[in-house]
Design a protein around this ligand. Structure first.
Ligand SMILES: C[S@@+](CC[C@H](N)C(=O)[O-])C[C@H]1O[C@@H](n2cnc3c(N)ncnc32)[C@H](O)[C@@H]1O
Length: 235
C-alpha cells in the first residue's frame, strides 16, 4: 500500500535514519527525494550506482516469475532494482538492524513489497527455501569464514549466484585467497592511504573455484576492474 507519509515526514525520517549508521546507499524514493547526502565510508554519493553499472549486464532484464535473494542487502538498492525488473518475490537479508530499518522504510515509500530480514549470510538456510537468482554483492570479502559463506549461499541458490567482491589482482589460474589484516593498505602505506577492505580477497580463479566446489557447473567472469570483480555462478 502506498505510504501515507508526506514529503516533509519522509525527509525527517531520512534524517533520523542517517544519525546512527548513516546512509551507505543512495535510494531513489521518487518525488525528487533520495536518501544519501554524505559519504559514510568514502563511497560515491550515488553509491552503489557505479558498482551496479559493472554488474548490470549479468542481471536478467526481466525477473517476472523469478524469485530473488539479495544477501548483504544494506538499504535495499539491489532488491529494488530486481523489483523494478518485475520480481514480485524478493527477499533481502542484512546483518545490521539499522540497515534493515532503512530498507523497510524505503520499501514502504517506494511501495515495493520486498521482504527484508535481519539475518547473517551464515544463517540463510533458516529461510527454508531456494531462490532462482541470488545477489551476493559486496560481501564475500567481508566474510570471516569465506567457504562457509559460499556454502550457505549455494544451499539456497536454485540457479544463479551473481557474486561481486574485492578481488586479489593475481590473474593466474591458481586459486589464491589473500588474508587482509589491519596493516595492509592500498598502495604504499602512507598517511591518507586507505586500508584494504574486508578480511579475504580471492583472485578470480579462487572465486570460481569456491563456487564450483559447491556444485555450480560454470562460473563466468562478469567484470574485473582494479581491485573488484564479479562472476556469475550457474547450476
Ligand atoms: C559493502 S556493503 C555492500 C552492500 C550492498 N550489497 C551493495 O553492494 O551496495 C556490505 C553489506 O553486508 C552487510 N553484512 C556484513 N556482514 C554480513 C553478514 N555476515 N551477513 C549479512 N550481511 C552482512 C553489511 O552490514 C553491509 O550492509
Amino acid at each position: 500500500m502506498a505510504t501515507s507519509l508526506t514529503d516533509d515526514q519522509i525527509r525527517a525520517r531520512i534524517d533520523e535514519l542517517d544519525r546512527d549508521l548513516g546512509w551507505y546507499q543512495n535510494i531513489d524514493l521518487g518525488r525528487g527525494i533520495s536518501t544519501k547526502s554524505r559519504q559514510v565510508w568514502g563511497e560515491d554519493l550515488d553509491h552503489p550506482r557505479r558498482r551496479w553499472g559493472y554488474i548490470e549486464h549479468a542481471v536478467p532484464k526481466d525477473f517476472s516469475g523469478m524469485s530473488v535473494l539479495d544477501v548483504g542487502c544494506n538499504a535495499g538498492f539491489i532488491s529494488f532494482e530486481a523489483a523494478d525488473r518485475g520480481a514480485t518475490d524478493v527477499v533481502g537479508v542484512e546483518l545490521k538492524s539499522g540497515y534493515v530499518e532503512q530498507a523497510r522504510f524505503c520499501a514502504e515509500v517506494r511501495d515495493q513489497p520486498v521482504d527484508f530480514r535481519e539475518m547473517s549470510v551464515y544463517a540463510v538456510a533458516q529461510l527454508d527455501r531456494t531462490f532462482d537468482f541470488v545477489f551476493f554483492v559486496g560481501l564475500l570479502y567481508h566474510c570471516r569464514y569465506i567457504e562457509r559463506a559460499v556454502e550457505a549461499v549455494a544451499a539456497v541458490a536454485a540457479d544463479t549466484v551473481l557474486c561481486e567482491s574485492a578481488i586479489h589482482p593475481d590473474d593466474s589460474e591458481i586459486p589464491l585467497v589473500r588474508h587482509i589484516d589491519r596493516t595492509q593498505y592500498e598502495g604504499p602505506h602512507a598517511a591518507g592511504a586507505a586500508r584494504l577492505p574486508g578480511n579475504w580477497h580471492p583472485n578470480m580463479a579462487a572465486m570460481a573455484s569456491l563456487f564450483r566446489e559447491q556444485g555450480f557447473a560454470s562460473v563466468e567472469p562478469a567484470f574485473r576492474d582494479g581491485g573488484r570483480g564479479a562472476g556469475s555462478a550457474r547450476r
